[in-house]
Design a protein around this ligand. Structure first.
Ligand SMILES: [Zn+2]
Length: 369
């Protein structure tokens, strides 16, 4: 379970429980890779003893599809509880190393976060148990069943799910185990401290795994590296957003909003910017907001054309606003998700301020970060 950022380069294949299911471009690569690995590995973790090649590759393909379907079910397990606790889920994306449920925010309630995190591995263990038990039952009813291809596919899916479940319980972000650990710490200390503690353990774990990997397999070193990055990233974003949550937007926004008209030329705007010294301006006509124009937009117009080009030609029309009673962590989220420099602050539909990346950074510095 990861919370996510922008999952670009992915396309939708369907919907489950109203949640769009997407495939990331790297997933196609994973598909080929897994088919190849299954086809070239010896029994029982592969089919290299089976001929003709068409049967071998068909079995590998079926196994790969079933494996990724199980990963999808694992993510749905997380999403089911997330939804129950009121977390909005935008989509589930399957990518190279498993799935990502893209959700707004994880609940800051230790018991809820723990249930949500453990739901995924539980789904994987359930699938594993189901596969391995049904193989046992079917073989005891019909001994020749254990020689069939179906038996081998079910066996492999069972063990892979067991591995997915165990791997996700590793006590490190971004694995589910890291979240369970944080939830446990969070029952006895603040959320930020709990995150830092969990991240610290995750990093130590990654470090030891890396050392061990040097002796055993370069793959482990690579995985350890990702765990290390994941732990650091989680600690950083959580700390930032928890600090900014206590800061209302109205406290750090710029109040004196100076607007410009869409019919102004870029040449006039250029002088206007030097006079007013703001870096971004809402573009307003009459009473309605038409867009936003920034110093960066102005720079896209060559100097000799500035007399002919109007503000309305280069402004950004898709303006992103935030209500005045929001807190600064929401502003940070919008600014980073949309990758923009500033947001207009509205109160009952009218513009009352502007909040920029710089304002947020300053607020963080003042608060000792
Ligand atoms: Zn998970």
């Amino acid at each position: 379970m990861l919370t996510n950022k922008d999952m670009k380069m992915s396309f939708q294949i369907g919907q489950i429980m109203g949640i769009p299911i997407k495939l990331h471009i790297t997933f196609l690569l994973a598909l080929l890779l897994f088919v190849y690995v299954f086809a070239s590995s010896p029994a029982s973790f592969g089919y290299n003893d089976i001929s003709p090649a068409s049967t071998r590759y068909f079995l590998s393909f079926v196994t790969t599809i079933l494996l990724f379907s199980s990963v999808l079910l694992h993510e749905i397990g997380h999403s089911y509880f997330a939804r129950k606790y009121g977390v909005k889920i935008d989509s589930i994306t399957l990518l190279l190393f498993g799935g990502v449920a893209s959700m707004e925010e994880i609940p800051r309630n230790p018991a809820q976060e723990a249930k949500m995190a453990i739901a995924g591995p539980m789904v994987s263990f359930t699938i594993a148990a189901f596969c391995l038990l049904s193989n046992d039952v079917l073989s005891s009813l019909q001994p020749s069943f254990s020689d069939t291809y179906i038996f081998r596919v079910i066996w492999l899916i069972g063990y892979m799910n067991l591995a997915v479940g165990v791997f996700n319980l590793l006590p490190a972000f971004p694995m589910d185990g890291g979240r369970i650990l944080r939830a446990w710490f969070a029952t006895r200390m603040s959320y930020v401290k709990a995150t830092q503690q969990a991240a610290y353990i995750g990093k130590m774990f990654a470090f030891m795994m890396g050392i061990f990997g040097l002796l055993v397999s370069p793959w482990l070193v690579l995985i350890a590296f990702f765990i290390y990055i994941g732990a650091s990233e989680e600690a950083r974003t959580t700390t930032l957003s928890v600090i900014l949550e206590k800061v209302p937007v109205r406290k750090i926004m710029a109040n004196d909003v100076v607007s410009v008209r869409p019919s102004m030329t870029i040449d006039d705007l250029f002088r206007f910017i030097f006079e007013k010294k703001h870096m971004g301006y809402p573009v307003i006509e009459g009473k309605s907001l038409k867009g936003i124009i920034t110093f960066t937009d102005v720079h896209t117009v060559p100097a000799q054309e500035r007399v002919n080009v109007l503000v309305s030609d280069v402004m950004t029309k898709d303006v992103i606003t935030i209500p005045i009673d929001a807190d600064a962590s929401e502003a940070l989220k919008l600014i980073s998700i949309r990758n923009i420099g500033r947001l207009l602050v509205t109160d009952n539909g009218s513009i009352v301020g502007i909040i920029s990346r710089t304002d947020l950074v300053r607020a963080l510095q003042l608060l000792g970060e």
